[in-house]
Design a binder for this molecule. Structure first.
Ligand SMILES: [Ca+2]
Length: 279
């Protein structure tokens, strides 16, 4: 049906980026929409990210993003972590790669006698305070390892001033496979002065398909979102004022069950990461 016709012009990169898994269906449905709707309406519908309300008089502007297009991870944006021991496994660089379909893959696998997985961060390359941070992800299915999207900085180790001088912000951590999720804050180091706050909740449907995990970080509080719906808010620790870098990681450990029982390899996929500022 489409073959002899002019390709609809509205399916620009932003539509592919926000809906890549449904792109084929999207092309067809979008084509129908295009034939029925005016051009501006179709363009407006191309941005499918659900953002929290911007502060009065302001709007969200993307200030940093990676859509993971191409075949090679952009190492001007990201550091690939490894090769070194991490918890009950190893972080190795070759387990963090792009799949050529627009996604970052963090793989967990068994390599000889050791278990390995992938991790990346933006330390020294992108560090920021405040704004809206969101990643669209497809979660792994096997036990013994956990995916996470989090923010981190050197100030997290500074004891005193609560979390204002640095807080680890875990936008999402998924050590379970039944739809339970957890969001957490950690500050004043990881020793005897360590403090934390967090929340556990369950959304069974997150185990299937793609879902977005977001953090709105203001000077007053942190607000956490799954698929654009608020799941928790907190001002614990007094709210971090220090710039933090992004982390996307897999970790191997018993918090997530027994890695020996996992059918490997297993994959944590990330379609994009976007950071917005209210202007
Ligand atoms: Ca502190």
């Amino acid at each position: 049906m489409l073959g002899g016709m002019i390709k609809p012009p509205t399916f620009g990169k932003s539509n592919q980026r926000t809906n890549k898994d449904g792109f084929r269906a999207g092309v067809y449905l979008g084509f129908l929409a295009w034939t029925l709707m005016a051009w501006p309406a179709a363009v407006a519908g191309a941005e499918s990210e659900v953002l929290p309300p911007a502060p009065a008089g302001k709007e969200w502007v993307v200030v940093w993003q990676d859509e993971f297009e191409g075949n090679v991870l952009n190492e001007e944006k990201w550091n690939r972590l490894g090769d070194w021991k991490r918890r009950d496994g190893y972080w190795v660089k070759e387990d963090a790669y792009l799949n050529g379909k627009g996604q970052l893959v963090l793989r967990t696998r068994k390599d000889g006698e050791r278990y390995t997985c992938g991790a990346v961060n933006t330390k020294g390359k992108f560090e920021r305070a405040f704004g809206y941070y969101v990643a669209r992800c497809k979660l792994p299915r096997q036990p013994g390892h956990w995916p996470a999207f989090w923010l981190m900085g050197d100030g997290v180790g500074k004891v005193g001033d609560e979390g204002r001088d640095g807080t680890e912000i875990d936008i999402i951590e998924v050590p379970w496979r039944d739809g339970r999720l957890t969001v957490n804050l950690h500050w004043d180091g990881y020793g005897k002065d360590h403090k934390s706050a967090g929340h556990k909740f369950q959304i069974p449907e997150v185990m299937e398909g793609w879902h977005s995990f977001g953090l709105l970080w203001t000077e007053a509080e942190y607000m956490f979102y799954v698929d654009g719906r608020e799941v928790w808010r907190s001002s614990a620790g007094g709210v971090c004022r220090a710039p933090l870098f992004l982390k996307l990681t897999e970790e191997i450990g018993t918090w997530a069950g027994k890695i020996e029982e996992a059918a490997l390899p297993d994959y944590f996929e990330v379609d994009y990461v976007r950071v917005y500022e209210a202007r």
